[in-house]
Ligand binder design. Sequence first.
Ligand SMILES: Nc1ncnc2c1ncn2[C@@H]1O[C@H](COP(=O)(O)OP(=O)(O)OP(=O)(O)O)[C@@H](O)[C@H]1O
Length: 337
Amino acid sequence: MIVKLTDVCRAFGDTPAIDAVSLSVQRGEILGIIGRSGAGKSTLIRCLNGLERPDSGSVQVEGMEITALDERRLQPVRRRIGMIFQHFNLLSAKSVEDNIALPLKIEGQSRAQRRKRVAELLDLVGLSDKAKHYPAQLSGGQKQRVGIARALAAKPSLLLSDEATSALDPETTRSILTLLKDINRQLGLTILLITHEMEVIRRVADRVIVLDRGRIVEQGPVWQVFANPAADTTKSLLQVLTPELPPTLRARLDPVAGDDAVVKVQLSGDAARQPFFAGLIGVRLLHGGIDTVQGEPVGTLFLGIPARDKTALEKAVQYLKSNADHVEVLGYVSGDA
Ligand SMILES: Nc1ncnc2c1ncn2[C@@H]1O[C@H](COP(=O)(O)OP(=O)(O)OP(=O)(O)O)[C@@H](O)[C@H]1O
């Protein structure tokens, strides 16, 4: 285990920024921590790298209790934790290679050692041709690649990513997340990823912890939390990624009767792999689809099921309920749905 927090509390006046948080980060995993603004993410990170002292609780990094360490004894612990930031935090007066070499210089490595390591890192992040460039000459995505190379320079055991893709456009975000996943696989590097975006969690994390007002309200393997979110915060954070009934169809819904029942079906895992449509007659797919999260199917479908024959409808809904995670009859429509 790389990191273990037990019952960590930190309040500012009457505001509990983090409230009895216990979590552990396993070696080799990508753990995502998600929460809205003010949920306590920054405070959590600061407790983890010793910048903030908890009021109570224990913070262990690689088995060492760090809450009692003074600044000098915290230094070697901090070197084990590489960090990347939303605004990259590069030194503008230094070239790409000098930015990356900085942690190595602080460590006292020779010029030859630094040059060799910087070349390896530039190759890893795909920027070998930009060694002599300055940050101002790079795109946001390239700057973050430099940030990643610098964070990895001293071979940390944990990479802490603090909203590292929040300032990037969706395409660049994807390329940075792909790089992080590759690094995790290739080097076995453990990554703790702090974000307010479920899309980031969906793309790279193995496990997710949802933080709300300083408390952990939900946690689990990403695909399971996506398939069956329990906490309101999780549901609302997931809303942007969940298909909704198109407004034109919603406007035509009748609560009691119509030709077709409009049924929302949520399904995941093995249920989503079954040919379950085979057991349904006259059913149409109105909207939605199946996505893949961590290699597992997770989806929301809106189905039109013939509703004139109430018994047949009831049978179809029961059949769906026995196969899917969640089934809800939203209403009825007549004519072409
Ligand atoms: N130094 C401080 N002094 C007073 N209150 C603080 C301080 N740091 C954090 N807080 C409060 O603690 C709570 C958690 O803040 P924190 O910055 O950890 O949240 P966050 O999830 O990182 O938010 P954001 O995504 O906006 O950065 C908030 O209510 C915040 O106002």
